[in-house]
Design a protein around this ligand. Structure first.
Ligand code: BES
Ligand code: MN
Ligand code: ZN
Length: 499
């Protein structure tokens, strides 16, 4: 949502809604202390009255003290040594939630130096502002009744600190994150009657404005390329399948790119292997991988990364129909390998194998990172806290995990191996699209994908089925589409493939 963000030096006096830092064990930081002194100990009295201790993320409101402050929010920042970039963003998320709950349209946050923190006040202010923005997202375009309590009220954020110029500079670097994350959240939140493959591709085409080269392949072109497994998934749908190809080649000339691959099943009914009715509406976000990859491209281009990055998203709709593929069908992938389709609901791997093969043939990438809401089994294994990481290269795996832990998108490495691989051998084709039963379902899915990785390519598959959507939300992510992966992929590039 739109918001005006300003970084200013200390004013003569504070007015309006003001948030100030309190450290662990009720330690008033400079501004809180000054306000307390000017207000005859009103802050100290409030601290005595409740269980607020100043632990990270705690808040307490102080009303009825002197001065022009309408509402004073004490914001617990905890211990300085725990206050890193992610923690600063979470503090921003807390401020946004409080302001919107109270119906405030403007809020001022005072960033006092916190002893022991490795973050400079400028970086702290910038990350805090980013957290305010990331939390202030709502997908309400289909609500036609004007209910103020359903709208976000906060429109103006002022961050006060001694060195506002530092904060402005740091925030300018971070701000592209907001638009990129919001693009992904929009794509993932849209209902499936609105966001079908061609409409997804049309929205991605807007990235052209940032200098991304966008190419969209239709069914006829994919047929020529031999992408039969991808097309077979979409053949029961009235909507045409699309292959979305994006290029950002702003790195060293001749350097092999990193390829990002996304699963874009705009709706997954399961096909003829139909899913049960309960919860099927969730399968509108089965394009979360493609959504994250598209947002990552927006972010990489938005901050003009000096890197070579290409993206390939397979966009389809998996529907039951007279023309839909059947369990038992044998189809040939672009790689030439044949697949026996045992379960039409294991469709993600069928579209990804062709997208991966295309990316490798066309771009000869040094590394390939693929994101998909691939299996329910990964949700059973890891819940909603971490995405599953499958990787043929320990260096790439470590780079991904480091990139993710810095910004709070956590990964857990899962195993691969020949014994698992054997489970997808077929009696009549090169492989089948499901392993024996449900056991190790995320691993057999990853093994299927690995059969389409060419020699010498560092490859990672990230199963985001448990993290692409949040039923309850957290400090910097409202409930709904999380955009998990956008910042992860951007940091992976920034920290390892740039410059
Ligand atoms: N899109 C689903 C996986 C999924 C499940 C994503 C829950 C998000 C939340 C995928 O296409 C699917 O249906 N997978 C099947 C595979 C099975 C048929 C081998 C599954 O996980 O049940
Ligand atoms: Mn499915
Ligand atoms: Zn699916």
């Amino acid at each position: 949502m739109w918001m005006k963000v300003e970084f200013l030096a200390f004013p003569k006096a504070f007015t309006g809604n003001v948030a100030v830092f309190v450290g662990a064990e009720k330690q008033l930081l400079a501004t809180a202390e000054a306000i307390d002194a000017a207000a005859d100990g009103a802050v100290t009295r409030a601290l005595e009255a409740g269980r607020f201790t100043g632990a990270k993320g705690q808040t307490q409101t102080v009303l009825g003290h002197s001065g022009d402050i309408a509402r004073l929010l004490l914001l617990g920042v905890g211990k300085g040594q725990d206050l890193d970039a992610r923690a600063a963003e979470e503090l921003g998320g807390v401020v946004a939630a409080e302001a919107n709950a109270a119906g405030h349209t403007a809020v001022t946050v005072v960033v006092d130096p916190v002893e022991g923190s490795r973050l400079s006040p400028g970086a702290m202010a910038a990350h805090l502002a980013l957290g305010v923005r990331l939390r202030s997202y709502r997908f309400d375009k289909y609500k036609t009744k004007d209910k103020p309590e359903q709208k976000l009220s906060l429109q103006r954020l002022t961050v006060v600190l001694a060195a506002p110029a530092d904060a402005r500079k740091a925030y300018a670097q971070l701000e592209p994150v907001v638009d990129a994350v919001f693009l992904t959240r929009d794509l993932v939140s849209e209902p499936p009657n609105v966001l079908y493959p061609a409409e997804f591709a049309r929205r991605a085409k807007e990235l052209t404005k940032l200098g991304v080269k966008v190419e969209i392949l239709g069914e006829a072109e994919m047929k020529k390329l031999g992408m039969e497994t991808l097309l077979a998934v979409g053949q029961g749908s009235g909507r045409d399948s699309q292959l979305l190809v994006m290029k950002w080649m702003n790195g060293p000339k001749g350097q092999a790119p990193v390829a990002l691959i996304g699963k874009g099943v705009c709706f997954d009914t399961g096909g003829i292997s139909l899913k049960p009715a309960a919860g099927m509406e969730d399968m509108k976000w089965d394009m979360g991988g493609a959504g994250a990859v598209t947002g990552a491209m927006k972010l990489i281009a938005g901050r003009k990364a000096k890197a070579n990055v290409v993206a390939v998203c397979a966009l389809v709709e998996n529907m039951p129909d007279g023309n839909a593929q059947r369990p038992g069908d044998v189809v040939k992938s672009m790689s030439g390998q044949t697949v026996e389709v045992i379960n039409t609901d294991a469709e993600g791997r069928l579209i990804l194998c062709d997208a991966m093969w295309y990316a490798q043939q066309k771009f000869k990438p040094q590394a390939m990172v693929e994101l998909s809401t691939l299996t329910g089994a990964i949700v059973v294994a890891l819940g909603h806290e971490r995405a599953g990481l499958f990787c043929n290269d320990t260096e790439l795996s470590n780079r991904l995990r480091a990139a993710g832990s810095g910004i709070g998108e956590k990964l857990w490495r899962m195993p691969l191996g020949p014994k698992y691989d054997k489970l997808i051998d077929s009696e009549i084709a090169d492989m089948k699209n499901v392993g024996g039963g449900r056991d190790g379902g995320s691993i057999t899915a990853a093994q299927f994908l690995q059969r389409f990785v060419q020699d010498g390519v560092a490859w990672a598959h990230i199963d985001i089925a448990g993290v692409a959507w949040s039923g309850k939300g957290d400090t910097i992510t409202p409930k709904g589409a999380t955009a998990f992966g956008v910042r992860l992929l951007d940091r992976l590039i920034a920290e390892n493939y740039e410059g």
